[in-house]
Design a protein around this ligand. Structure first.
Ligand code: ATP
Ligand code: MG
Length: 404
């Protein structure tokens, strides 16, 4: 099988070849193409040194941010294409970054520094595949296997431990036995990896279809990343996995399902450097998890308080509690949207200015809006300007006479 390379990529490859250099598509693009998956990013590898690349692409728009590591980004037909000089990585004393980047003149060396056999295939402009480490065979057998000795590869860069799990979860591949053993025995090295990188890998992992099974199987790895998991009882862990299995491949839903059984989920998310927005969404799902969901009023109240899409909430609570009926919940939600039911303060037929005009001040205004919304959600009042303002007038009268 040959790989089709789109013209905006082959144009760039040809420029290098015409100047006497080698150039290959490498890594994820070759893997995805062989699996007949759509390819979004084409990474290129070349024997041209960075300065030579700059010279060759002097008439192209280029971005030089990665140049120290040998990467030049070339814009081709509005697509950014990263081209990296062949590298062989020197020692790794911090378990993450090579001590020095050494350029190489051999494609095989560049492939050998890559993490897994399925990520180390290269393809030339002729579509021919260069596969030094039996990546094709592993792709056919659906196996994630380190290139070289797994212990050494994880010791060089411990992030590869999580990358192996992410690729296995995404592709539904098994992990070769030696790679699997090393991944477990090297797990403590993850402490050398920055939280940002761990968070990104974990998020990518949780978005993958087969994450639940791998989460259960490789729990010790996840315990090094989230030590609070060690406080869970066996039953809690079983429930957690079962809920993950009931969930869609959504990292917010799955993060919430994991954190649900742990103490101080907010602190865990902060420590793992999740963004404020990610924390808000997950914490909000957890806060609303025990809400009643059986009536339109209950659903409207959830919509009022929700910081993310309702579908995500429905997925989360249904994964938590199998007896809940997700399609009934979604049907109620869709009917609410279709009718245009008022669920948010901004949908009320009155606004803050109306209440100022009615004589309310400061906190009274937001309290009155909240009260009106509550009554409208419960359909005790219709969302009509006159009705709402009258209600406030009556209430004020009643409050005054009560305090007399
Ligand atoms: P994705 O679809 O997730 O982007 P990818 O294979 O393109 O998959 P990248 O993280 O973009 O993965 O990396 C591109 C390539 O660089 C990989 O295919 C692999 O060959 C190599 N690579 C990336 N990270 C590492 C690493 N930590 N150790 C060794 N090789 C790596
Ligand atoms: Mg990529």
């Amino acid at each position: 099988m040959k790989i089709e390379i789109p013209s905006y990529v082959s144009v760039v490859m040809n420029v290098l070849c015409e100047n006497g250099y080698e150039c290959f598509v490498v890594g994820g693009a070759v893997r995805s193409a062989l699996l007949s998956f759509p390819v979004h990013d084409y990474d290129l590898t070349t024997n041209a040194l960075p300065e030579q690349m700059k010279q060759v692409f002097r008439d192209f728009k280029t971005i030089e941010t990665g140049i120290k590591h040998g990467t030049l980004t070339v814009m081709s037909d509005h697509h950014p294409i990263e081209i990296t000089t062949y590298r062989k990585d020197g020692g790794y004393s911090d378990h993450r970054h090579p001590d020095k980047v050494e350029f190489s003149s051999a494609l095989k060396e560049d492939c050998a520094r890559r993490d897994f056999t399925i990520n180390a295939m290269a393809c030339g402009t002729d579509g021919k595949i260069h596969d030094f480490f039996d990546g094709r065979k592993d792709l056919e057998n659906r196996v994630i296997r380190c290139i070289g000795i797994p212990e050494e590869r994880f010791d060089e860069d411990a992030l590869r431990i999580l990358r192996a799990l992410r690729f296995a979860a995404r592709l539904n591949f098994s992990i070769d036995e030696k790679t699997s053993d090393a991944l477990l025995s090297s797990r403590e090295l993850l402490k050398y990896i920055s939280m940002e990188r761990i968070r990104d890998e974990l998020t990518g992992f949780l978005q993958a279809p087969c994450a639940p099974q791998l989460f259960a199987r490789y729990m010790p790895v996840f315990k090094t990343v989230i030590p609070e998991l060690k406080d869970c009882t066996e039953t809690e862990k079983k429930d957690m996995v079962k809920r993950l299995e009931n969930s869609p491949a959504d990292s917010y839903v799955r993060t919430a399902l994991i954190l649900n059984s742990l103490a101080h989920p907010d602190q865990i998310m902060k420590r793992m450097k999740f963004s404020n927005r990610e924390c808000d969404i997950v914490m909000n799902l957890l806060k609303l998890k025990d809400r009643e969901t059986d009536t339109p009023s209950a659903i409207r109240r959830i919509i009022r308080d929700l910081k993310t899409e309702f579908a995500r909430y429905a997925q989360f609570v249904c994964a938590m509690d199998e007896s809940k009926d997700q399609s009934a919940m979604m049907k109620m939600y869709e009917e609410i949207v279709e009718r245009g039911d008022c669920c948010k303060v901004r949908q009320l037929a009155v606004n803050g200015n109306d209440l100022v005009a009615a004589g309310l001040k400061g906190r009274q205004i937001s309290e009155a809006l909240d009260l009106l919304l509550e009554e409208v959600i419960d359909q005790k009042l219709s969302n009509d300007r006159t009705v709402l303002l009258n209600y406030l007038k009556q209430k004020e009268k009643a409050d005054c006479s009560a305090s007399e």
